[in-house]
Write a protein that binds this ligand. Sequence first.
Ligand code: HGY
Ligand code: MN
Ligand code: MN
Length: 422
Amino acid sequence: MTPPLSIDAARFLGRLGSLARIGRDAQGRLTRLAASDADRAGRDALAAWMREAGLEVMVDRIGNLIGLWRPGGRDGAPVMMGSHIDTVIDAGAYDGCTGVLAGLAVVETMRAAGREPARPLAVAAFTNEEGVRYAPDMLGSLVAAGGLAVEEALATVGTDGTILGEELARIGYAGPHEPGFLRPHAYVELHVEQGPVLEREGIAIGAVEDLQGISWQEVTIAGAANHAGTTPMAMRRDAGVAAAQVVTWLRERARAGNGRSVATVGRLRLEPDAINVIPARAVFTVDLRDPDAARLSALEADFAARLAAVARAEQVTATVRRLARFDPVAFDPGIVRAIEAAAGARGLSTRRMTSGAGHDAQMMARICPAAMIFVPSIGGISHNPRERTADADLVAGANVLLDVVVRLSGADPASPSAGAGA
Ligand code: HGY
Ligand code: MN
Ligand code: MN
């Protein structure tokens, strides 16, 4: 039996630390929003590491950054690894970057060991996975998977009024390749869990078999500005009060479900935002998720009905703009089994999981067999500067990714090239 390879842990962890230092503001907060100057700096660092590793570095029109190793110059559908390096605001260091840098470490390990795969290997950093500046999230991988026309994606207007295509050009990452120019043989993504399950159960590796549905909407409630002191309560058309009623209702509705539905209002602004003016407008976002498609649709329908009822009662108007809508996704059972087998062979505990977060893997699953590997998040915390995963867990996840990719790409002499449904 060929002994298992292992990644260069120090180099992998060192790069994670280096990337985590790119995009810090004066208060030390990490924010690398898609197509920002900080994103450019992160992309430049990653592209340099890819080139040092001997990969061909390619960028497509939506800015997806892909490193490709074609052993012996052979073409063919690659086994692809990847994730994203854009972040939310005041982010942690591991979300997305773990999967991209682990993919790079896997390629470097196989090249150094002379373990040539039967097919090319690719490492992708997809554009705008977070969706904080431009909606929807997973935008780059959605375009690569053919789920959104690149022209439409490039025309996306950001929360700051910028146009994605112009920003990509400004940072030098409006690439020449058509999105989807590389159609993978299989896709595997390592990611921190971002939730409490693995840590709570003392499990080292999550074999992610599905990912929940996601619904993003922006709601605008229009009432009437008026004087805070002179306007009797009965005469008010207060957009702020209407929004507050909907926000608290959402939490109760999500709680009343089966314990799997979640609802989040992450952005909320009142206009004109003055202490002594009854809010004329309230603009807020609604993020709804559920692993079950029917339950998610029911949650959306209940929300729409509640919003209409509150609008009538408060004599305001409510309009909704759809920002994202993705059904639940099932991953490839064969790759999930390969993840479990790789973890087991390394003596790592594992369990099957559903992903609560959205990931690029859910888009790649539209065009090839795909699955994900999770490693524990300390305290289940993510999208927060306190996001942490133990070094040993990060390295263990990267080594499981290595084993799965060795198997999927036919680089393991002990087990000839397994199909994607390994
Ligand atoms: O929203 C998400 O689940 C991901 O972080 N984009
Ligand atoms: Mn992520
Ligand atoms: Mn994220």
